[in-house]
Each structure stands twice: as C-alpha cells, then as structure tokens.
Design a protein around this ligand. Structure first.
Ligand code: TYD
Length: 208
C-alpha cells in the first residue's frame, strides 16, 4: 500500500513523516521521500540550489521519481509492505506547473503525460494545508530560502494541490496543518491504520 504526504514548504509534512515512523512502527512501514531516495536525488538538490533552467529541473525531478519507483517503491510494494513517501508525483504537478508557466505551453498536461502509464498512483494522499503567512513564518529567513519558497509560488502551489484534492476526493485527505503536530500525527496515523486494515481484508478476500 502506498501512502503519500503532500503540502507546501512549511506545512509540517516532514515532521509528520518522522512521527508516523514511530506511531506506525508495528506495521514496519518503509519510510521514503522525494527527492532524494537514490543518488539521482542528489543531482536534483544540486539543480535546486544552483537554479538551473526550469525544464532541466522538472525533468530531473521526474528522473528522481523513476529511480525512486524502480529502486525503492516497487520492490517494497511487491513484498506487500506499507510505503509512506514524503512528497511524490503530486509535488511535481503542483510545483512544476508553477515553475514551467510560460515555458512549456500546458505545464500540468505536460507533467502528467510524462508520468502516465508507469507511475504508481498512491492509495491515499494526505495533504497538509495552512495559511501561506503561517507557512512563511515557519520557513528559514528570506536569504536562505529555496526559490520555491516565495509567497506567490507557495500560494499557487497550494491552490494547485487543493484543485487536485477536489478532483480526487477518494484519494486525498486534507489535513489542517494549523493543529498541533501531535494531533495531526495521531489523526494521520489512525487513518493509515484503517486503510491498511481494510486493504488487508481486501487482499485476503482476493486470495480465497
Ligand atoms: P523537500 O525535500 O520536501 O524540502 P525540504 O528540503 O525543504 O524539506 O523538497 C525540496 C523542494 O523541492 C521543495 O521546495 C519542494 C520541491 N519539489 C518540487 O518542486 N517538485 C517535486 O517534484 C518535488 C518532489 C519537490
């Protein structure tokens, strides 16, 4: 089963990811992330830092996803494991739709087409949502920010995310990231547990 965590920078997604590891330790989940689960991710981080052109950056994120799927996600799912990824394909759709605006004609269509047919769609995606002002106060000072972490970018990225949640209400669960980290983590851990148990029953039913 594949679970993904999404949200803008400063939404507390990485803290949530760390808490889930503890709260769900009895399920032995494979905790992973994008970018960075393989060496391709190191190149992505370099591209972000050096601000290479947006198409190079976007295709590197996609390359990172391909390597992540091949080396980490697919093998774990084949073993029947619970996989929890901090960011995944929706990050690309939400962020690169913004960075590629005016650079490719229809960024989101282009990005989705690049994933179609080989990516694995998550079973559930938890989207951490909060006011942009709050996200910005949680981030590092201006000078050390990645280029994504600007008010306008984050606003557009969060709006993109919300439109995906609206389009796929069965997959997305919106999480109020203004709640305390403990409450958020407990809520998400409980919801994953329910998914996992339901999935287990379904898998058993299929074997009969
Ligand atoms: P992340 O590691 O989640 O942020 P941090 O290192 O600050 O915890 O991701 C790094 C940045 O990359 C973040 O601003 C979001 C962006 N990103 C994209 O633009 N597209 C993508 O496909 C992914 C996975 C991340």
């Amino acid at each position: 089963m594949l679970i993904t965590l999404e949200g803008i920078d400063g939404s507390g997604k990485s803290t949530l990811h760390a808490s889930l590891k503890d709260l769900l330790s009895d399920l032995n989940p494979l905790m992973t992330r994008e970018p960075g689960a393989t060496w391709v991710g190191d190149q992505v981080r370099r591209a972000i830092k050096e601000q290479i052109d947006p198409i190079t950056e976007a295709t590197l994120f996609v390359a990172d996803h391909a390597a992540h799927l091949a080396k980490v996600v697919r093998p774990a799912l084949a073993e029947g494991r619970l996989v929890i990824s901090d960011r995944y394909s929706d990050s690309r759709y939400a962020y690169q739709s913004v960075t590629l605006q005016g650079i490719v004609p229809e960024p989101e269509t282009w990005l989705r087409a690049m994933h179609d047919g080989w990516t694995i769609i998550p079973d559930k995606t938890f989207l951490c949502v909060l006011p942009i002002d709050e996200a910005l106060t949680r981030l590092k000072p201006d000078s050390q920010r990645e280029h994504f972490e600007k008010r306008e970018t984050l606003e557009n990225v969060q709006n993109n995310y919300l439109s995906y949640a609206k389009a796929e209400p069965g997959r997305f669960v919106i999480v109020d990231a203004m709640l305390s980290p403990e409450i958020v983590a407990k809520f998400v851990a409980d919801a994953i547990r329910v998914e996992w148990e339901t999935g287990k029953k379904k898998r058993k039913g299929r074997k009969k």
